[in-house]
Design a protein around this ligand. Structure first.
Ligand code: B12
Ligand code: SF4
Length: 447
């Protein structure tokens, strides 16, 4: 079976989901190709690209803001091919009815895709019926078969390493910001685990917990030995690597694992790494373990400056003191810090946002990042925004381009002009910090 992944690419970033699925398919003997399509591509150009390739399956990865492009490309594909079209990733996982209703979509995949895409590939090879495959919703004889998800993969060590070659990672690494969340060259992404035990209301993690209730533990970590073996292999293959970026939701969330990892990594590797962490987990011990291992930068979600707001609407219960202390502990150990923030949250006022700016001034991170909030299907805040009428009545057709600051909730608590002024004030602080530190962040974050 030959799978062609078509990615609606709005940046050059490497995609972990596609890399994981490609590795799984290739290990089973299937061929995989990747077509990355810029959202400006014309229909004629797109069709030309597709006609130049041979494939049995068209596979579209899809986060919510990619759906607008995925729909277009899937429709254009129909005129060129009869190959089945499958859409997978966060958007079909959490907004499946709208995705399966699209006439060009034959199947969608909810949740983790390894088992499903493998079953689908084998089914296509044997010309069998894909409609009973777990995780998939399948159009069949004018109806939709909506299958349950299979249990989560419990042993991540059993998975093959991401197929970085599919993306030409070697050339990606040559460009700043291409394989990197920073403007860093020769950065290599990797992950020790998947999932997160928290449930912030704006994050899809909670939706995944619900989807997989009774189907295994969502937060899983590979063994230290298997993780280090992958890193070792990467360094042997790409000696130019200057930094690893660990894309785990929360790196070392299991403290026993972190203890084992820290000493083993320090003993063998002198390549620095960066990772995402929760402030309340940044205790003296964890900060020591990270620093000793070679962590040079951590990314923390601050998100909002009001303790009361965070607790009530974001389900983040840490105090401002805990936030400031978490940053300080890392800084004292020579680990640089990134503060990630959101503004334009539901019910937020300009005064509340000013509090967030002030908290960031107090934190004084090495890199400051601010995003205008967007509500994603499958999250509690999305449901709240729909109830309040702060987002358009979604069929998710209108989920906007992520980089457009003009796109935000429409609500009584703050006007467009006030929000834009807050955004500018935040960016002023960001510029001040950048001038002081001489560092810049590319502007992408999971949280
Ligand atoms: C690591 C991470 C990142 C990394 C890298 C992401 C990447 N390019 O791979 C960084 C930090 C760069 C990042 C950036 C962003 N991220 Co992010 N990120 C994550 C995080 C923490 C883990 C994702 C991951 O690597 N999982 C492991 C990989 C192996 O699995 P996966 O991607 O989930 O894919 C599996 C399935 O989804 C499925 N699947 C995926 N594609 C397909 C396709 C087919 C055909 C099939 C069958 C199955 C399938 O199978 C895969 C294997 O099991 C998640 C989740 C979270 N709780 O926060 C958010 C998350 C994915 N990010 C999100 C967002 C919004 C972003 C940004 C837009 C943030 C911003 N404003 O800039 C950017 C987008 C940049 C980009 N081009 O990807 C959202 C997406 C929500 C949504 N509904 O669309 C999430 C869910 C967080 C949230 N807010 O809830 N992110
Ligand atoms: S925002 Fe971060 S800490 Fe909160 S649930 Fe999502 S991944 Fe976990």
């Amino acid at each position: 079976m030959r799978a062609l992944f078509v990615e609606h690419a709005f940046d050059k970033l490497f995609s972990a989901g596609v890399a994981a699925l490609s590795a799984t398919l290739k290990r089973d003997g299937h061929d995989v190709e990747l077509l990355r399509v810029d959202h400006h591509v014309s229909e004629a150009e797109y069709r030309r690209e597709l006609r130049a390739r041979t494939f049995d399956l068209l596979a579209f990865p899809c986060m919510s803001f990619q759906w607008e492009g995925v729909k277009r490309f899937a429709a254009w594909s129909r005129a060129v091919t009869d190959a089945p079209i499958v859409v997978g990733g966060y958007h079909p996982t959490f907004w499946p009815e709208a995705v399966i209703a699209h006439p060009a979509v034959d199947l969608l995949c909810r949740g983790q895709g390894e088992g499903a895409i493998l079953d689908l590939a084998r089914t296509l090879d044997s010309h069998a019926d894909p409609s009973p495959i777990e995780n998939l919703w399948v159009k069949s004889n004018g109806a939709v078969v909506r299958n349950e998800c299979r249990p989560l993969i419990s042993d991540l060590d059993a998975l093959p390493p991401w197929d970085r070659e599919l993306f030409g990672i070697e050339s990606l690494m040559e460009f700043t910001s291409a394989a990197s969340i920073f403007h860093g060259r020769h950065h290599m992404p990797a992950a020790a685990g998947r999932g997160c035990p928290y449930n912030c209301t704006y994050c899809s993690n909670h939706g995944l917990m619900t989807l997989y209730r009774g189907k295994g533990k969502l937060t899983r970590t590979r063994s230290v030995a298997a993780f280090l073996a992958e890193l070792r292999g990467l360094l042997a293959r790409y000696p130019q690597i200057e930094m690893f970026e660990f894309w785990d939701e929360i790196f070392g969330v299991d403290k026993h694992w972190l203890r084992e990892f820290s000493s083993a990594y320090a003993a063998e590797f002198d390549v620095p790494f960066c990772a995402f962490l929760r402030v309340e987990l940044a205790t003296d011990e964890v900060a020591n373990l990270l620093a000793e291992a070679g962590c040079r930068l951590v990314l923390f979600g601050v998100e909002e400056g009001s303790e009361e707001y965070r607790k009530r609407y974001l389900n983040r219960r840490m105090s401002n003191r805990v936030i400031v202390d978490g940053f300080r502990r890392c800084r004292e150990r020579g680990i640089e810090t990134v503060a990630l923030n959101m503004i334009g949250l539901p019910y937020e006022t300009a005064g509340v946002i000013r509090g967030t700016i002030e908290l960031n001034r107090e934190i004084d991170p090495d890199i400051l990042c601010v995003f205008i909030f967007q509500a994603f299907p499958g999250t509690d805040l999305f449901d709240l925004c729909v109830r309040e009428g702060y987002v358009p009545p979604y069929d998710a057709e209108t989920i906007p381009w992520i980089e457009n600051p003009n796109v935000h909730l429409v609500q009584e608590s703050i006007t467009h002009d006030e929000l834009m002024q807050c955004y500018r004030d935040f960016r002023d602080l960001q510029a001040e910090i950048e001038r002081k530190r001489g560092r810049r962040f590319m502007g992408v974050t999971p949280c």
